[in-house]
Design a protein around this ligand. Structure first.
Ligand code: P6P
Length: 334
């Protein structure tokens, strides 16, 4: 039996990949791991305690907020604040960023962006949900209070990104720019244990993931590409939780699409909280991540915190195929 490697051990060991690292990023990843275990406990008991159902509020994107959203948001913020390594947080659940007061004797050099509970509409029906996070290094003077503009960095500036999938098992998957590693929570010891070292996304796959219900609301070239997937006899899999849909593609290959619609002309998903962190992970695993203008998502300028983006994300050969298909189709029809 291979020796168990816990998340904490692995983070500390790989810290040596960053000469001169102070250990601050290591401690932030540890704090996120702690928060994930607490959220996992509540997600797993959501049916048993009065935490199901909608809170009487909506988030910064105007979406109904489930009580577990609020809980996950508060747990992540508390763990990051108490850790003292994070200068501030931007959350999909909050209109504005939160600047933490400095902890005595510590200099907080990092910023965390997060979607604390992605896919929360699945909670009440016991379908998997996730947490998404991205970590930036502060660009401004670390002695100054965090300002919103510090969070508006391109995805290419991310120093780390990851997601937690609360599914049949609970996994934490993250990258610090040296590949992607997956950890599965062993509830018997309360530790995330290394279970998927150096995850690599297959270059192609038999799945496409899109909300087919919006088919008629997509632009023509997207509809024709979806028809193309059907002509190729690809299988449609769509859970309604980006973390779950991308996690499948990490293992089995495939392509995830969230194109623009009349309701969401710039796309529904948030660039900062979903698009950039998931793109970093996908690219580090060998996949590709573009928007429907065929721009690399990580290169897109971040102009405002709750900016939305369209998403084409997944196996490199399939994203390349879509790119050629759309360029060919646009040329014929321009
Ligand atoms: P729709 C969940 O609300 C989310 O932000 C993503 O996790 C998911 O991929 C998408 O929205 C689902 O949106 O419009 O298909 O229900």
């Amino acid at each position: 039996m291979e020796r168990i490697v816990t998340l904490d051990e692995f983070i500390i060991k790989t810290q040596q990949d960053f000469p001169g690292s102070s250990g601050s990023l290591t401690r932030i990843l540890r704090d996120i791991g702690i928060a994930a275990k607490i959220v996992n406990r509540e997600v797993n008991m959501a049916g048993l305690v009065n935490i199901l159902g909608r809170a009487d509020s909506s988030n910064a994107s105007g979406e109904d907020v489930q009580k577990l959203d609020i809980f996950a948001n508060e747990v992540m913020i508390d763990c990051l604040k108490n850790g003292g390594e994070c200068a501030g947080v931007a959350s999909e659940e909050l209109e504005n960023v939160i600047a933490f007061d400095p902890v005595e004797g510590q200099t907080a050099e990092y910023l965390v962006l997060m979607d604390p509970l992605d896919g929360s509409s699945n909670i009440d029906v016991n379908v998997s949900v996730g947490t998404i996070f991205g970590i930036y290094k502060r660009e401004s003077d670390t002695n100054k209070k965090v300002a919103e503009k510090e969070f508006l960095q391109r995805g290419s500036a991310l120093v780390a990104a990851g997601y937690v999938l609360y599914g049949t098992s609970t996994m934490l998957v993250y990258t610090t720019g040296n590949g992607v590693n997956g950890f599965t929570l062993d509830p018997s010891i309360g530790e995330f244990c290394l279970s998927h070292r150096n995850m690599k996304m297959p270059a192609s796959g038999n799945y496409y993931s899109v909300n087919q219900g919006y088919y008629l609301k997509f632009d023509l070239e997207m509809r024709r590409y979806i028809d193309h997937c059907s002509d190729l006899n690809l299988r449609l899999r769509y859970i309604g939780s980006m973390v779950s849909d991308i996690h499948r593609i990490m293992f089995q290959g495939g392509i995830f699409l969230y194109p623009n619609t009349r309701k969401y002309p710039a796309g529904k998903l948030r660039l900062v909280y979903e698009g950039n962190p998931m793109s970093f992970i996908v690219e580090q695993a060998g996949g590709k991540a573009l928007n429907t203008k065929l721009e690399r998502i990580l290169d897109v300028e971040v102009k405002e915190l709750h900016q939305r983006t369209t998403i084409i994300m997944g196996s490199s050969d399939m994203v390349n195929d879509l790119q050629e298909f759309v360029e060919r189709y646009s040329a014929i029809n321009s």
